[in-house]
Design a protein around this ligand. Structure first.
Ligand SMILES: Nc1ncnc2c1ncn2[C@@H]1O[C@H](COP(=O)(O)OP(=O)(O)OP(=O)(O)O)[C@@H](O)[C@H]1O
Length: 584
């Protein structure tokens, strides 16, 4: 299906708010035009003229502040129907550094097309795309070791697996040398000749590249100053008395004019081209290659592929698998987490050695419980702090291009860390529990509370990392984690503080962890402990719990922890979803 995109009187108004004023700036100023199927179109213009904005508006990457009309094949913009046919290749490649080219392509095709192709067909398709993009000799190379040009080609290849009909490319040649740039444009031209609509923003194309474009849409200060065939640019300018020297690159000449190097001509150009409405300078419609042509990348599945997205469970399984692959290649982080859990476990175990059943040390035992819950809070929080900020650009690209939904991503993110959380929490608890000589019959309940604390803290980490960048997440932790500790009930009892502070204890989930964990070890009518001294004031644990005002109602604490778990994760998901959907 060929798709022509037409826009009329398109205005984009950027609004920014500060404390005292509201700023509004028109970035696109009522422009019109059409990008057709079978054509390779370039959006050109000086820096800041609105090229990326136009691309973002047409691809629906930006929707707020946009007025005017956009139609596809003459029909009103219909998000659901047409968005499936679009792919947006962003300026930054945003690839998973530790996935090989082959792995990245396999995940892409599986996520995007589900089970609509057999394994063999998928491999054939991947190979044909990579051959065309000259990446077939890099199948087993990690993305991080590809050159800039190869990374750019891989980011294009990843989006081609489900045969999008419209390709938006932002600055597709930026950072590439002239040979790679020309190869990239040649490839895009091939894609356009297969019937696709290819629209890219470009800075300063060489004369050779400029000629390869079928259609040029030039902007200056948010207005259209030319739209038409590339071979008509010189003619158009000549008619306005701006003669391009025969040895000059027409693209450079057009940009110099847009930059006012030949006086202020833009207003005049905009008027003649009617801000994009004037179609006089368009070329002849381009020829589409037929199905037998060797350039054709599309398979017989074309029309059905996009209609059959893979299921939630299938995508979830793939994303979890991908996350495992990535985290196992970043093995240092795993080792650090396990080593820290073991070392801190040994230190804490050594510090509180054999105190677990000694009435002299009941208060120390309570401190051991606090230290343990607080350590679990720290390690689980910090293990998640990079989870979202570093992945955001990649996820943004993949969610926008409909590889999967943000909810699948978040569930996969949460599931991926479960085994590691269980292992590191268990290592720490096993070491300290046995070294401190706690009662064995209470181990399961104590471990369960420890695990719940880890999962709540993980959710807290997600919540913070969905709100801030990496630096912000660290600052947030530096402020809030000690506060959580202060209001945990170990330093001062709730009843000994002014009522004004009581609510803070309630929202300090570490207090609920401490209450629950202390109940599992010291509560439930535990018998008298041993006494290694002449007199042990707290030999009977119940007496100690009474002193610290702990009512042993574990249900309340567990309920509070579960509520925190749900609130943190739901809030993290909602913020993440908002950030993923928010335009640039
Ligand atoms: N949300 C925004 N708020 C304020 N100004 C904005 C916003 N978005 C874009 N702009 C401004 O609009 C202008 C056009 O931006 P755009 O990114 O579209 O330019 P461009 O032609 O792609 O530039 P470049 O070639 O340098 O990437 C710039 O001056 C930019 O600063």
């Amino acid at each position: 299906m060929s798709l022509d995109i037409k826009f009329e009187n398109l205005v984009y108004c950027a609004r920014s708010f500060s404390l005292f004023q509201k700023d509004e700036k028109n970035i696109l100023k009522g422009i019109s035009g059409e990008f057709r199927a079978n054509e390779l179109s370039a959006i050109m213009g000086p820096s800041g003229s609105g090229k990326s904005t136009l691309l973002n508006v047409l691809s629906e990457y930006m929707t707020n502040g946009v007025t005017g009309s956009i139609t596809i094949n003459g029909e009103k913009w219909n998000n659901k129907r047409y968005k499936k046919k679009f792919a947006y290749i962003m300026q930054e490649e945003n690839l998973h550094a530790v996935l090989t080219v082959k792995e990245a392509m396999r995940f892409s095709i599986k996520l995007k097309t589900g089970n609509s192709m057999t394994e063999k067909e998928q491999q054939k398709k991947i190979l044909s795309i990579l051959e065309t993009l000259k990446l077939d000799n890099k199948l087993n190379t990690y993305a991080q070791y590809l050159s800039g040009g190869q990374q750019k080609r891989l980011s294009i290849a990843l989006e081609l697996v489900d045969d999008p009909q419209v390709l938006f490319l932002d600055e597709c040649t930026t950072g590439l040398d002239s040979v790679s740039s020309t190869q990239c444009i040649q490839f895009l031209k091939k894609l356009a000749m297969e019937g696709r609509t290819i629209i890219c923003t470009i800075h300063t194309p060489s004369a050779l590249m400029f000629e390869m474009f079928d259609h040029i849409y030039a902007l200056a200060n948010g207005n259209c100053i030319f739209q038409g065939a590339s071979f008509n640019v010189v003619l158009f300018l000549k008619e306005l008395g701006l003669v391009c020297p025969s040895t000059y690159n027409p693209a450079d000449f057009l940009l110099e004019i847009a930059n006012n190097d030949y006086g202020s001509q833009n207003e005049r150009l905009t008027k003649v081209i009617e801000n994009g409405k004037n179609e006089f300078y368009r070329g002849q419609p381009c020829i589409t290659l037929n199905n037998n042509n060797e350039l054709k990348l599309s398979s017989t599945h074309d029309e059905t592929l996009n209609e059959q997205p893979s299921s939630f469970v299938y995508q979830l399984a793939l994303l979890v698998l991908r996350n495992y692959k990535i985290s196992h290649r970043n093995v240092t982080l795993i080792i650090i987490r396990l080593v820290i859990s073991s070392i801190v476990g040994l230190m804490v175990g050594g510090m509180y050695l054999n105190i677990g059943n000694d009435g002299v040390h009941t208060f120390h035992n309570f401190k051991y419980i606090f230290v343990s819950e607080f350590f679990l809070l720290y390690i689980s929080y910090y293990s998640q702090q990079t989870a979202f900020p570093l992945e955001l650009p990649i996820i943004k690209r993949e969610v926008f291009n409909r590889w999967y939904t943000s909810s699948v991503y978040y569930v996969a993110l949460s599931l991926t860390d479960i085994p590691m959380t269980i292992i590191s929490t268990s290592i720490y608890l096993a070491i300290t529990y046995f070294m401190t000589n706690q009662p064995l019959d209470r181990a399961v309940a104590f471990f369960a509370v420890g695990l719940l604390t880890s999962f709540v803290s993980q959710g807290f980490g997600h919540f913070a990392s969905s709100l801030f960048d990496l630096q912000g997440t660290l600052t947030f932790a530096a402020v809030f984690l000690p506060l959580y500790g202060i209001f945990s009930g170990i330093f001062i009892l709730v009843k000994d503080t002014h009522w004004i502070f009581h609510w803070i204890f309630q929202i300090s989930f570490i207090k609920h962890s401490l209450d629950a964990a202390a109940t599992t070890i010291l509560g439930w009518n535990r018998d008298k402990m041993d006494c290694s001294d002449n007199y042990c004031h707290y030999q009977l644990p119940k007496k100690f719990l009474k002193t610290i005002d702990l009512n042993e109602n574990i249900t309340i604490s567990i309920r509070a922890l579960v509520i925190f778990l749900i609130v943190f994760r739901v809030t993290a998901f909602l913020i993440m979803n908002y950030r993923l959907k928010r335009s640039k």
